[in-house]
Design a binder for this molecule. Sequence first.
Ligand code: DHK
Length: 148
Amino acid sequence: MPRKKILILNGPNLNMLGIREPAIYGRDTLDDIKRLCRDTAKPLMMSIDFKQSNHEGQLVTWIQKARGKADALILNAGAYTHTSLAIHDALKLIDVPIIEVHLSDPEQRESFRHFSYVGLVAHHVIKGKGAAGYAEALTYLSHIWQKS
Ligand code: DHK
């Protein structure tokens, strides 16, 4: 069976993980999370493309380019989760499983983090599990593909 290609996108300020509010986001850096994803993906016969941008338009472009190329998308859109209709619309262009991931649990935080434009189109949401949530997203995908 060919390796499944997973696009993992990270939004604004996630490049600052490790330094950024560690009590909320943990001490893992984005490179640590990338390594965790690589290590988790390998035995699951998945290849990953792991990216981060602080720019909404860049994230939209990457989502558009995933059309017909990626087999699934794991997305932590950072603050754009709660604001970006543009990312929401781009997600509707791709016909693959979308897993929304958050390190923290936005619903346990300020009310302005409770609504998610990504959640309206995501197949599954993993939140509040820190870096381990990314690994769980990969495992979740392998389970849905095993069943199908
Ligand atoms: C990351 C962010 O940057 C916040 O803006 C979101 C999310 C929560 C996270 O928990 O990974 O509200």
